[in-house]
Design a protein around this ligand. Structure first.
Ligand SMILES: Nc1ncnc2c1ncn2[C@@H]1O[C@H](COP(=O)(O)OP(=O)(O)O)[C@@H](O)[C@H]1O
Ligand SMILES: [Mg+2]
Length: 280
């Protein structure tokens, strides 16, 4: 969005990114462990991994909620490693698991969209509440879920979780971010609503040719969506598949990979236990 970037370039580049957490008196946790990753402009990347493998920390380190303690991050031609979260928000759109995150329940759908549309702009509320914004909001919402445009003047808190996630997606992509980060944004929804939100996501990413990183717990989504799949394990990228190999992946293949990692973990834990027993 800052105008120094051409579309054919790599959009996101992590070099040896590391995030370490330390609980007082507890062990150090390397939540992101020396990750290097290059994502070209327009690529839709799906991220999976077991609980606690570091997916949210990886996304948080890109969005700026978590600081790197080693390595660097470049986005859209900028070295953003030391940028604050609010500075990165000019380039990054985000949607979280909780449909209530990122929107104000007491504001109407249109007012919420106006806040997203005005972010970082000088134009005041007169523009935000103008007819052109209303028409644009109606067209974008109705284009994804026919009928949703009739809810513009209702409090966003009155929408279902799935509808609210779709409004949040429209808000996050309103100004065509350089990068869209989605962290299990369908996990709190029932299967039918999750499916609608996933379809809306795929459509928005394609229509706006967005670069996106989407974390999901659903192996079916991971197999069917996106151009590339990353499997994160213990803060590292254990599998990186794209192109024809990505298109061939089935949910069963992924379940098999998960099982292998889990049993490797159990072996590790058993080894650690037997080691610690040696020292008792
Ligand atoms: N703020 C934090 N403070 C301490 N440890 C954290 C913090 N956030 C995450 N962790 C730890 O980092 C690891 C990765 O967590 P997370 O990125 O949330 O995993 P995932 O999203 O894959 O479930 C876990 O061991 C988790 O307990
Ligand atoms: Mg997470």
């Amino acid at each position: 969005m800052l105008g120094t970037h051409t579309p054919t370039q790599k959009m996101l580049e992590l070099h040896n990114a590391t995030v370490t957490f330390s609980a007082p008196g507890g062990p150090l946790v390397r939540a992101v462990d020396g990750v290097s990753l290059t994502i070209p402009s327009g690529q839709f990347v799906v991220v999976i991994g077991t609980n606690g493998s570091g997916k949210s920390t990886l996304l948080g380190s890109i969005a700026g909620t978590v600081r790197l303690d080693g390595g660097s991050i470049h986005l859209a031609g900028h070295d953003i490693t030391r940028w604050r979260e609010d500075q990165r928000a000019r380039l990054v759109g985000r949607v979280f698991q909780d449909p209530r995150a990122g929107t104000a329940a007491s504001l109407t759908v249109l007012e919420n969209i106006a806040v997203a549309a005005c972010r970082g702009r000088r134009a005041g509320l007169s523009w935000a509440t103008s007819r052109s914004l209303r028409a644009e909001a109606a067209s974008r919402l109705g284009g994804i879920v026919p009928g949703l445009e009739t809810r513009l003047d209702q409090p966003i808190g009155s929408l279902s979780g799935g509808q609210r996630q779709i409004v949040t997606l429209v808000m996050a992509t309103w100004r065509r971010p350089d990068l869209l980060l989605l962290d299990e944004h369908t996990a709190a929804l029932d299967p039918a609503a999750a499916d609608r939100v996933v379809q809306a996501t795929a459509r928005l990413v394609r229509e706006h040719n967005l670069t996106a990183l989407m974390v999901t717990h659903s192996l079916a989504q991971a197999a069917s969506l996106g151009d590339r799949l990353l499997l994160v394990h213990r803060g590292r990228i254990a599998l990186d598949v794209h192109g024809a190999a990505k298109r061939r992946l089935s949910p069963d293949d992924l379940a098999f990979r998960f099982d292998r990692l889990r049993s490797a973990d159990q072996l590790d834990e058993a080894a650690a236990r037997s080691l610690s027993e040696l020292y008792v």
